[in-house]
Design a protein around this ligand. Sequence first.
Ligand code: HEC
Ligand code: HEC
Length: 376
Amino acid sequence: MLHKQGFVYVWPLSARIIHWTIALSFSISFVTAFYHTYFTLHLAFGYLFMLSLIFRLVWGFIGPNYAIFKTFTLGFDALKFYFVEKMKNRWRKIHPGHNPASSWFTLIVLGIGLSIALSGVVLLGVQENSGPFHFLNHDFFNRSFSLEKLHRYLSFILLAWAIVHIWGVLIEQFYHATKMVLAMITGYKPCEGEDATVSGFQHFLTYSAIGVHAVVFAFLLYSDGETFLTRSYFAPYDYEQEHVLYATACTKCHKPYPPFMLPRESWVKVMDGLENHFGEEITDKNISRSDKGSIKKYLVSNSAEVSSHKLAFKTLESLGDMRPLSITKSSYWREAHSRIPVTIFKDPVVKDRSNCFVCHKHFEYGLFDNRFIQLP
Ligand code: HEC
Ligand code: HEC
């Protein structure tokens, strides 16, 4: 680091990398959250976000001089003075480290950001039976609705908070003309004070942390969801073991639908109405009465009501009292597919909306992972 006349070296490499990693990983995980097909990206950037926040937290205690929380100005009077002077008198004095506004800003980002990251990993476990908290799925899958809301609302709050921050920086840059934007790129602020000093140990920690971030991120991105941080713990259905008859009798025209896909009474309707099954006639000659009875029993006892799959409990919740023959009648199904152009469903490869197997790889095994979504 070189001393520059009229400038203070405030943000060493570690600070700038943390800052931009937090900004970038939050933005990308925010956007990818809207598309199930980008779930792998969402998780990879989400974990990157979490890591960089943890690094920032640690840096608050053992980092270089301007990074540590002890140097933050947190008094309410200081904050008030700062804003009043800034706006009323167009005060242009620049703090070398965190001014009262950015001190509070940083702490709040850390608080909300870590809550988003933690609620995300827990949600992944509760709702998707995946990742380090997968063991929570069995007992708490019903809570995933509120957890998902929390995760989402906190993200919107952080987005709003980030916009406030950007506004502040722009006001600095243009209204006060203090060239603040460049500081987070070059590390230098045009002000008076002592340059930040980075010890050998801190350098070592910085480069190790960058290494850990990069390895974890690359691992998550290229492992196709097969890491302990992301893996789904739902076992694939083995129909040979579960119910051979279902796998042989019901797969003449389509692959087997996993039993948790529909509620109990829907399966009863499907099985009692095989004479007119979506335009096909399945008589007792095709499948004997006793075989039908056995299949019905299997489907009913493994229906949506007894499953902790997201597909099952979200379908049940959205159906209310309805018990249709097809899952495509549920508002959950319609909402989940509302962004897909109708023409895709008319594609000769897809043929029908009920042909889930075309777009959801391994669907017939009951594997219902966002990562397996593929459009023809
Ligand atoms: C003769 C052919 C045929 C056989 C045999 C058959 N199905 Fe179907 N099934 C269809 C057709 C056609 C559809 C409509 C969707 C499509 O075009 O893929 C359908 C749709 C379904 C759906 C609706 C999926 C949804 O939610 O949209 C379920 C459930 C279903 N079948 C269950 C069964 C079960 C259980 C059996 C065995 C008892 C069975 N099917 C055997 C032809 C068949
Ligand atoms: C034309 C391809 C296609 C077909 C056919 C299709 N899906 Fe999907 N499905 C998708 C895509 C793409 C998404 C992700 C949509 C998004 O991200 O906006 C999706 C999303 C979903 C979701 C939400 C996933 C989540 O994690 O919340 C569910 C549930 C679902 N599909 C179930 C089904 C079922 C059940 C069927 C069969 C009755 C089916 N889909 C048929 C393409 C398809």
